[in-house]
Design a protein around this ligand. Structure first.
Ligand SMILES: Cc1cc2nc3c(=O)[nH]c(=O)nc-3n(C[C@H](O)[C@H](O)[C@H](O)COP(=O)(O)OP(=O)(O)OC[C@H]3O[C@@H](n4cnc5c(N)ncnc54)[C@H](O)[C@@H]3O)c2cc1C
Length: 367
C-alpha cells in the first residue's frame, strides 16, 4: 500500500514511522511552514498531572506508550528520541490543596504504572529538585513524568521512517481530487499518486480538506515560549514544574530552562513575539521560580497549536472519503498523545483492528 503523509510535525512523522514499520510504501511531505507546533512545543510528557479528567485514559495510555516508542525507534536505528523521565513537581503554596492533588495523582498512578511514585515534598525538598523555586512552594512529586525535545524527536521519527524505506520530501501540497475521489497529492505541479493520504498538517489541516467540502474543526492557537540559559548550571535532571496557573517550567541539558506559554485563541497565523506575550510568560515564570531572574534570555519560540473547540483530537478516516485519514487537532498535548494516536491511525489505515479507541475522535464532528 502506498501512503502519502502531508505534514511532518510529530503527527506526520510518527504516522510515517508507524506505517513504514508495518511495510507500507510511504512518502512524507512537509512545507516547512513558520510556526510548526512541534518545533516550539515545551515537551512535557505527563498526562497524569492533567487538571481535568477529560480524555485522561487515552492520554495515560499515550504516556505508557512512550516507553514502547523509544524501543521501536531503537529497533529502527535511532536511539536519539531525546525522551527522558525526569519527574514532575505539581507546586502549590496551600498544603491542603496539595494533599488533594496527591490523592488524585495516586489514583491515576494506580491505573497507569508509568506515572511512577507519587509523594508530597515540603518546600525545602522541592527546591532540592528545582533550585530556583520560590521558597513558599511545596510540591507533589510524580516520578514518571517525562520531557522530550520536539525537534529531536521529529528528526528521530523521520530518520527511523527513512531507515524503513520512507521517502521524505519538502514542499506544500494540495489534494489530488479526481471524480470526487482523492487519488494522491499535487506537489509543485507534479502528481504523487497514493492509495491513502494522511492529513497531518497541524493547524493548517483544515485548508487541505476544503476542496473536498469538508470543514475540519481545527484552528491555530498561538503559543509563545521562552528559553533561558543558566550559565554553568547542570539542569539535565531538573523536573518539570507545574504551578496552578497552567503555565510551566522545564529544563533541558546543559543549562537550559524553558518557560511558557501563552495560549492565544483567535491569533490566526500571526507569527510574532508580542510584548504582552513576553511579559505574561516571564511574569509567571519569575513568580514561581524567582531564582531564574538572572538567567540569560536566549530566545522566544512561537508555535501554532492545532486547536479544536472541544479540546479533543481529530483522528481517523473521513466518512465520505475513506482513503483520507486525519491525524490532527492535538492542541496543547500533541507531543504527549501524538505518537500513540499516530500508531492507532496507521494501523487502521492498514486494515488492522484498533478496537474502539478512535471512536471518540471522528474528524468530521462539529467540535
Ligand atoms: C508553546 C507550545 C508549547 C507546547 N507544549 C507542549 C507540551 O509540553 N507537551 C505536549 O504534549 N504538547 C505541547 N504542545 C503541543 C504540541 O506541540 C502540538 O500539539 C503538536 O506539536 C502538533 O503537532 P502536529 O504535527 O499536529 O503539527 P505541527 O508540528 O504544526 O506540524 C504540521 C506540519 O504540517 C506542515 N504543513 C502544513 N500544511 C502543509 C501542506 N499543505 N503541505 C505540506 N506540509 C504542510 C507544516 O509545515 C508543519 O511542519 C505545545 C505547543 C506549543 C505551541
Amino acid at each position: 500500500m502506498r501512503v502519502v503523509v502531508v505534514g511532518s510535525g510529530i503527527a506526520g512523522a510518527a504516522t510515517a514511522h508507524q506505517l513504514s514499520r508495518r511495510g507500507a510504501e510511504v512518502v512524507v511531505i512537509d512545507a516547512g511552514l513558520t510556526g510548526a507546533a512541534t518545533a516550539a512545543g515545551a515537551g512535557i510528557v505527563s498526562p497524569w498531572t492533567a487538571r481535568a479528567d477529560r480524555n485522561l485514559a487515552f492520554a495515560m495510555a499515550a504516556g505508557e506508550y512512550y516507553r514502547t516508542l523509544v524501543e521501536e525507534l531503537a529497533e529502527d536505528g535511532r536511539d536519539d528520541s531525546s525522551f527522558e523521565v525526569v519527574g514532575g513537581l505539581v507546586v502549590r503554596s496551600d498544603t491542603a490543596e496539595l494533599r488533594e492533588v496527591r490523592e488524585r495523582l495516586q489514583t491515576r498512578a494506580e491505573a497507569s504504572p508509568a506515572a511512577g511514585v507519587v509523594e508530597l515534598l515540603d518546600p525545602g525538598e522541592a527546591r532540592e529538585f528545582f533550585p530556583p523555586l520560590a521558597a513558599e512552594l511545596a510540591a507533589v512529586h510524580v516520578s514518571g513524568a517525562g520531557r522530550v525535545d520536539g525537534r529531536r524527536l521529529r528528526a528521530a521519527l523521520l530518520g527511523a521512517a527513512r531507515n524503513r524505506g520512507a521517502q521524505v520530501c519538502e514542499g506544500r501540497v494540495e489534494l489530488d481530487v479526481d471524480g470526487g475521489r482523492v487519488r494522491g497529492v499535487h506537489l509543485a505541479g507534479e502528481r504523487i499518486g497514493a492509495d491513502a493520504v494522511v492529513v497531518a498538517a497541524g493547524a493548517w489541516s483544515a485548508a487541505l480538506l476544503e476542496p473536498l467540502g469538508v470543514s475540519l474543526g481545527v484552528v491555530p492557537q498561538r503559543g509563545q515560549i521562552t528559553h533561558l540559559d543558566l550559565p554553568g548550571t547542570g539542569t539535565r535532571t531538573w523536573p518539570v514544574v507545574l504551578p496552578p496557573s497552567g503555565h510551566y517550567l522545564l529544563a533541558f541539558p546543559e543549562s537550559r530552562v524553558v518557560v511558557g506559554a501563552t495560549r492565544e485563541t483567535g491569533s490566526g497565523f500571526d507569527h510574532r513575539v508580542t510584548a504582552s506575550g513576553q511579559r505574561e510568560v516571564l511574569e509567571h515564570a519569575l513568580t514561581v521560580a524567582p531564582g531564574l531572574a538572572e538567567a540569560t534570555l536566549v530566545e522566544t519560540r512561537v508555535g501554532f497549536r492545532p486547536a479544536t473547540a472541544d479540546g479533543l483530537p481529530l483522528l481517523g478516516a473521513l466518512a465520505e472519503h475513506p482513503q483520507v485519514s486525519v491525524v490532527s487537532g492535538f492542541g496543547p498535548a500533541g507531543l504527549t498523545i501524538g505518537p500513540y494516536a499516530a500508531q492507532l491511525v496507521a494501523r487502521q489505515i492498514l486494515g488492522e483492528q484498533v478496537g474502539d479507541e478512535l471512536a471518540p475522535y471522528p474528524p468530521e464532528r462539529a467540535g
